[in-house]
Design a protein around this ligand. Sequence first.
Ligand SMILES: Nc1ncnc2c1ncn2[C@@H]1O[C@H](COP(=O)(O)OP(=O)(O)OP(=O)(O)O)[C@@H](O)[C@H]1O
Length: 600
Amino acid sequence: MAVAIAMCKLQYMVRAGTLKGEVVEEEALNFEELGLDPRLTRALLKKNIIKPTPIQHKAIPLILEGKDVVARAKTGSGKTFAYLLPLLQKLFSESGGPRKSGPSALILLPTRELCHQVHSEISSLLEFCRVQVMVVQLLSDMSVQDMNAALAGPPEVVVSTPACISGCLSKGVLQVSSVQDSLLMLILDEADLLLSHGYEDDLKNLVPLVPRRCQCLLLSATSRLEPLGNSTSLSLHHGLRTAQPPFMNRSLDHRVISTITLQEITCSFDDKLLYILALLKLELVQKKVLIFVNSIDMGFRLKLFLEQFGIRSAVLNAELPQNSRCHILEEFNAGLFDYLIATDDNKGRDQKSNDKPKKNTKYLRRKLDKEFGVVRGIDFKHVLTVINFDMPSSPEGYVHRVGRTGRAYNTGASVSLVSPKEEKIIEEIKRILGDNGGNDMSNYIAPFPLLTTNAVESLRYRAEDVAKSVTRFAVRESRAQDLRNEILNSEKLKAHFEENPRDLDLLKHDKLLSKKAPAAHLLDVPDYLLDSVTKEARKMVKLSRAAMRINKTTKRTLFNKGFGKSRDPLKTFTAKGRSWKFKRNGNVGRRKRREGKMTS
Ligand SMILES: Nc1ncnc2c1ncn2[C@@H]1O[C@H](COP(=O)(O)OP(=O)(O)OP(=O)(O)O)[C@@H](O)[C@H]1O
């Protein structure tokens, strides 16, 4: 075991070295030297972004030159800034020119979560740059009136999904002539997904309208892009260039960024709850933790199980209202809770058939959102561990899931719980990841070294006892309860939160769902249950946590700053109208002024 721990330490060091190697290779130029406007480089500095990532190195100069670019780079490698920075630079140089009848740039993404993320990213860059560029988000669930209002102006940048844009074009909300007259840049982010997974028809409506002068950018973490550029007949007239960091080539397509430690635990399907309890309760993995499951029911089963041991989590899934999903992501990113259980996007679509509510059940009937997705592209902040409670169905899914940690220059770890039925998929993943033709161990999936049989067995009795109490009925009740809570949060309070965005912080998504309070004796693991090896492993994880300077001071700070119970909007809310007991804070006024000027 001691050897295993030492190996684990060594693995971290080797990975850091590999990353360093990659960075050194690409360190030649800084952002100014790439030709970026000083306003943008200053904005990046304020965001603590100092040196370009390899894909930014490659893509930014090409885009500034006006080339059509197909950019591919591993997950978390900074593709978003690779296109946002040159886009904004171009818009800055356009400002003051003749008034246009339509948007200058269209950014298309596969999911609403990504639209929200990119819209926030671009808005925050503009805020730091102090430049007025109007950026709007168009989403399928907006009313025609809201869409018309968003497009009045018109905005310089529209961030949307292909389905929404196609709808806008067919309803006449977006005028064909204005697109043809104004569009200068079309950006397809997560392009392989946009172009090959059911969004083709929506794009077909748009592609013929793309004018010849329009610069097209396609970005993805996979290599299936060049043929796609042709298959959509996109008007790529500007000397198509492929931008990719030198260490990424076709055969290594599915590789994971080398700063992520990949590990597995083999166990029976029934023991998965026991094993995840051991990992989390014995603190053998670093927080924050993102846990992937393959169905919404499994997500709630896991949540109910963990909360009986005092481990609070939130479940993110396609069933929730859009506002709630965005808010869960914001809270998790802000560090307000440590454990997030997520179903992934493909499964969300599949679940239409699998998870259909049966007649006479108490399920709330609600459609799953087709445009939901958290695996592709979502930038979870500071996730240190990704756990595959259920294995994904493909190697590509695995790469995108584990890519939610170790983003940009950070390190991360992934632990997969593999049951006998999932051996086939893990073997396939290993075969594909291992196809590196050298001694590079960075994509090697190693056994998880810190968990002993003794440690697991010490928790078995408690785990099995609690698992029995998490019945199918309890899962369904909780799922419905959670949905009711979130709809209440999302709809009834929407008006209030538009005016008081900071109050959103008071809505917790990791609250208890179980009707039974956790038993006191399950909240702590008594010392006598732990063997000396597990104690040592826990110490090591704590030490490395301290070394990474992760502490609790950033957590729940909003709650500590005078936002006590008396300011809980759920307690002060009255459905009669806006008779709020508390005043608006200064930030809101500032934010509203800003939004009025720059974004919608
Ligand atoms: N040059 C940089 N230095 C440090 N951090 C950066 C840099 N560029 C981007 N980042 C940060 O890296 C994170 C990941 O970036 P981004 O979401 O653009 O990755 P991505 O390549 O699009 O990933 P995915 O393939 O998963 O969509 C973000 O938090 C972003 O702010």
